[in-house]
Design a protein around this ligand. Structure first.
Ligand code: CMC
Length: 437
C-alpha cells in the first residue's frame, strides 16, 4: 500500500451549505489512480458515498492484477499479458496469480503434480448430472456441481487453515475441466471420459471433451496450445463482477466451493462472461458482412437498445490487449483447421473495421473486447455455443481462487456490507385490510 515514509496527503470535502469540511486521507498504490480513503467517512461525517456499479470505487486492496484501461495494459503480478500468452502456460499463470512469482522448475513440477492428481471427481458426484435435463444450459449445471463439491471435501473447508485452503485451490483448478467436460458429455448423451494424467491441462480438457470410447483420440498440438492460450487470456481480470462476487461471498466466511459457485452465477450474464455466446449468436444472425453497416446503425441508434456484443468494456477505453491475442489465435486455429473463408470471421472483421472508424465508437471509446473473437475460435474447435461461458469459468477459477486467498490473508476480515441511498416510503403506520381503499 502507501509508502509509510511519504508525507500524508489528504483531500478536503466541503459541505457548501454549512461550510463544514473534513480532511480525507489519500492513498497511493504502486501504480494506477490514487484512492480517497473513506473508511471513516460515515463515522466522522454521517455521510455515505453513492456509486452504483462501482464506477469510482476501489472495493479492496490487491496485488494480483493491474489494468490501465486507457492504455490497454493488462499485467498479472506485473507481467504483461502478451508475454504470458506467448511464453507461459495456463498452470504457470495460475501459480503466478496464486503465489505472486513465477515458479522455478521444482515449484512448477510440484504445482502441476498437485493439480494433475486432483482432476478426478468423486464417483457419487457423477450422479448429480442425471438430475439435470439433458438440454439444461451448461452454466446451470456448473452452478450446481461446483457448489456441490462442498458436500464431498469436508477435509478442505476450514478457511482459516492455510493448508486446507491450498488443497481447495488445487481441487478447484483441477476439477473444473473435468466437471465442464462432463457437463458437455451429459448434454450429448455420451459417456463421461475420465482424466488422463499423462496429458497437459489443456490437452486433458480437449481429451475429456472430444474423445469417445469407440476410437483413439489424437491431440492436435496447435489446438491444444490455442486452448491453453484462451485459458491464460481468461485467467484473471482484477475486480470484475464475478471476482467481486467471489470476494463478497467469501467475506461472510463461506466455503471456497460455495464462493466459486457464486462467481459462476455472476459470470453467466451476457454483460460479463456470457458475452462470448452472445457475440456468436449476433454474428450468426447477421449472417454476412454486407449486413454489417445496418447492424452498426442499430447499435448507434439511441432508440434501439441493441448493442454490439463483444464491444466496449467498463475498464478498457482502448483496444482490449486480450482481444488482439485472441484475433491472432483465431487466424492460427482456422488456418490449422483448413477453414479458409469463415463467413463469421469475415463478418467480425468487417464489424471491427467499420466500428473502429465510426465516430460513435471512437467517441465512446468502444473497442473489441476479449469475447469478440473467442467464440469464432471455440466454434471452429468444436465447442457448442452454450459451453463458451463454461470455458471462461474454468479459466477464471485460477483468478477467483487467487483473490479468495488474498482476501483471507488480510489482517482485517470484514463482511462486505454496502449501504444505500434510500428513496422508499418513510415511517408510516400499518393499515388494517378492511380499511384499505
Ligand atoms: N454497443 C453499442 N453501444 C455501446 C456498447 C456496445 N457494445 N457498449 C457501450 N455502449 C454505449 C452505451 O450505449 C453508452 O452510451 P450512452 O453514453 O450514449 O448512454 C456508452 O457506450 C457507455 O456504456 P455503459 O453501458 O455505460 O458502459 P459500461 O462500462 O457500464 O458497460 C459493458 C460496459 C461491457 C457492459 C458494455 O460495453 C456492453 O454492454 N458491451 C457488450 C457486452 C460485452 O461485450 N460484454 C463483455 C465485456 S468483456 C468480458 C467480461 O468482462 O466479462
Amino acid at each position: 500500500m502507501a509508502d509509510s515514509t511519504a508525507p500524508a496527503r489528504t483531500v478536503t470535502l466541503t459541505d457548501d451549505a454549512t461550510g463544514k469540511s473534513w480532511k480525507l486521507p489519500l492513498i497511493s498504490g504502486s501504480t494506477g489512480p490514487d484512492v480517497i480513503d473513506i473508511r471513516k467517512l460515515y463515522g466522522t461525517t454521517g455521510l455515505f458515498t453513492f456509486d452504483p456499479g462501482f464506477t469510482s470505487t476501489a472495493a479492496c486492496e490487491s496485488r494480483i492484477t493491474f489494468i490501465d484501461g486507457d492504455k490497454g495494459i493488462l499485467l498479472h503480478r506485473g507481467y504483461p499479458i502478451e508475454q504470458l500468452a506467448e511464453k507461459s502456460d495456463f498452470l504457470e499463470v495460475a501459480y503466478l496469480l496464486q503465489y505472486g512469482e513465477l515458479p522455478n522448475t521444482s515449484q512448477k513440477a510440484d504445482w502441476v503434480h498437485h493439480i494433475t492428481y486432483h482432476t478426478m471427481v468423486h464417483e457419487q458426484l457423477i450422479r448429480f448430472y442425471s438430475g439435470f435435463r439433458r438440454d439444461a444450459h451448461p452454466m446451470a449445471v456448473m452452478c450446481g456441481v461446483v457448489g456441490g463439491l462442498a458436500a464431498f471435501y469436508h477435509d478442505s473447508l476450514d478457511i482459516h487453515d492455510e493448508y486446507q485452503r491450498l488443497v481447495s485451490c488445487h481441487r478447484l483448478i483441477a476439477k473444473l475441466p473435468t466437471l465442464a467436460a462432463m457437463t458437455y458429455k451429459y448434454a450429448m448423451g455420451q459417456p463421461f471420459v475420465y482424466p488422463q494424467n499423462s496429458l497437459s491441462y489443456a490437452e486433458n480438457f480437449l481429451y475429456m471433451m472430444f474423445s469417445v470410447p469407440a476410437e483413439p483420440y489424437k491431440i492436435n498440438p496447435v489446438l491444444a496450445r490455442a486452448m491453453d492460450k484462451i485459458f491464460i487470456l481468461h485467467a484473471d481480470h482484477e475486480q470484475n463482477a464475478s471476482t467481486s462476487t467471489v470476494r463478497l461471498a467469501s467475506s461472510s466466511g463461506a466455503n471456497p466451493f460455495a464462493c466459486m459457485a457464486a462467481g459462476i452465477t455472476s459470470l453467466w450474464g451476457p454483460a460479463h462472461g456470457g458475452a462470448n455466446e452472445a457475440v456468436l449468436k449476433m454474428l450468426m444472425k447477421i449472417g454476412s458482412k454486407d449486413k454489417v453497416p445496418e447492424i452498426i446503425r442499430r447499435a448507434k441508434d439511441p432508440n434501439d437498445d441493441f448493442r454490439l456484443m463483444g464491444f466496449g468494456h467498463r475498464v478498457y477505453k482502448n483496444y482490449d490487449p486480450r482481444a488482439k491475442i485472441m484475433r491472432e489465435t483465431c487466424h492460427e486455429v482456422l488456418r490449422e483447421l483448413g477453414i479458409t473463408n469463415d463467413p463469421l470471421l469475415e463478418t467480425a472483421m468487417e464489424m471491427e473495421r467499420i466500428a473502429l472508424q465510426d465516430d460513435y465508437f471512437i467517441q465512446k471509446k468502444l473497442y473489441p473486447n476479449v469475447d469478440f473473437y473467442s467464440g469464432i475460435i471455440l466454434r471452429a474447435m468444436g465447442f457448442p455455443m452454450s459451453m463458451f461461458t463454461v470455458l471462461f469459468a474454468l479459466a477464471r477459477t485460477a483468478g477467483w481462487v487467487a483473490h479468495w486467498q488474498e482476501q483471507l490473508r488480510e489482517d482485517e476480515q470484514k463482511i462486505g456490507r454496502p449501504r444505500q441511498l434510500y428513496t422508499g416510503a418513510t415511517h408510516r403506520d400499518f393499515v388494517e385490510l378492511a380499511k384499505r381503499g
